[in-house]
Design a binder for this molecule. Structure first.
Ligand code: X2X
Length: 360
């Protein structure tokens, strides 16, 4: 009897100790996650890019069994509209993650201007070769050095110019037009070279400026942005010139990301890649060789409301201009000298990598 009771006392002590260890370990790991992870992006939920961000948050929650909850903060509200501050705020940890345009990263990482070199990339094939090639690797390495963990390439798209005055076929048609641009200096340079009068403005103020006619034009991708804000209400001339492209990158504060357990890291990364694949396909649907509509249907069982954004814009009264080769050449010639200024800022190495990727 005595022996048995001694044994059970010992067992009880052990059991208690063990359960305390379990309790504290569980409490510590539960406590190591925040209640809410803040995500910044420059647009609202109704934009394709916003839909990608919503999907990312949903997938992260699913794949981490509810452990990681991301809250999207739309329209750069955490930055009071100052869209160009996103990478800096994520790097400092004030914001946890971002689903954000590469243009908005250019003040912190001038290398991102590789996508803004005028008439350099021109089509989706070239862009993909860069993103998934040596250029993409080099850009991700730059991000890591800045304290950001890149997770996936999403998209805003090739940017097209719209205005409320007349069709744009040649640089002379831009002369004197007041064009809203993002506050990234290469945009000012390009439009000045083309003879326009660029004004930089945060996106949060831009739509009011369109409504009030404070500006004559703007430049943004057609499917993901111009259609969403129904640009034809203010500006009915659209020139599809693919002059530069705006990828979106999903990224996280690196210090925080590195501290997550491996399974959480994997879940977040997979959610980013999956949502980005969906979002990229949305942005390209109806303006590529048909593969994006197929991806949406086959992989996501999804058919977008607008399957032909150009026809849709025309149906709303837009005059859509595609450039002839000679017209396009006139724009290339007019902006070529900007490479002398911008390639050194971007880095000659990265520029060569991009050319090599595209040539593959
Ligand atoms: O400000 C813009 O034009 C937008 C929405 O495209 C970006 O955030 C770069």
């Amino acid at each position: 009897m005595k022996k048995a009771s001694r044994f059970s006392t010992k067992a009880l002590v052990w059991l208690t100790a063990l359960s305390l260890v379990f309790f504290f370990t569980a409490a510590a790991s539960a406590g190591s996650y925040k209640k809410e992870y803040k995500m910044t992006l420059n647009v609202g939920p109704q934009f394709y890019w916003g839909m990608g961000a919503t999907m990312f948050a949903k997938l992260v929650k699913q794949k981490t069994n509810g452990q990681i909850n991301i809250k999207p903060y739309w329209g750069s509200q955490l930055l009071k509209g100052a869209q160009l501050k996103s990478p800096q705020m994520v790097a400092s940890g004030v914001i946890d993650c971002a689903y954000e345009s590469t243009i908005n990263s250019t003040p912190v990482m001038p290398e991102m201007n590789i996508f803004s070199l005028p008439f350099f990339i021109n089509n989706f094939k070239n862009l993909d070769k860069m993103e998934y090639g040596e250029t993409g690797k080099a850009i991700f390495a730059v991000m890591r050095k800045k304290g950001l963990e890149p997770l996936a390439w999403a998209e805003n798209g090739f940017r097209q110019v719209t205005n409320n005055k007349h069709e744009i076929h040649l640089p002379k048609d831009l002369k004197g037009l007041k064009i809203r641009v993002v506050g990234s200096p290469i945009f000012i340079d390009i439009f000045r070279k083309l003879g326009a009068d660029p004004v930089n403005m945060n996106w949060g103020d831009a739509v009011t400026a369109f409504q009030q006619g404070v500006v004559d034009g703007q430049e943004n991708p057609l499917p993901g942005v111009a259609v969403t804000v129904q640009i034809w209400q203010y500006q009915k001339y659209l020139t599809r010139w693919n002059y530069l492209v705006d990828p979106v990158i999903v990224y996280w504060n690196k210090k925080q990301f590195d501290k997550f357990p491996k399974d959480i890291q994997k879940a977040i990364r997979e959610a980013a890649v999956e949502s980005a694949r969906f979002e990229k396909a949305l942005c390209r649907a109806g303006i590529d060789d048909g593969s994006s509509l197929k991806i949406l249907k086959d992989e996501f069982n999804y058919t977008p409301k607008i399957t032909d954004p150009v026809a849709y814009a025309r149906s709303k009264g837009m005059i859509v201009t595609d450039l002839t080769d000679a017209e396009r050449q006139a724009f290339i010639d007019a902006t070529k000298s900007l490479y002398d200024k911008w390639v050194p800022k971007i880095g000659k190495d990265l520029y060569e990598k991009a050319k090599a990727d595209m040539a593959k």
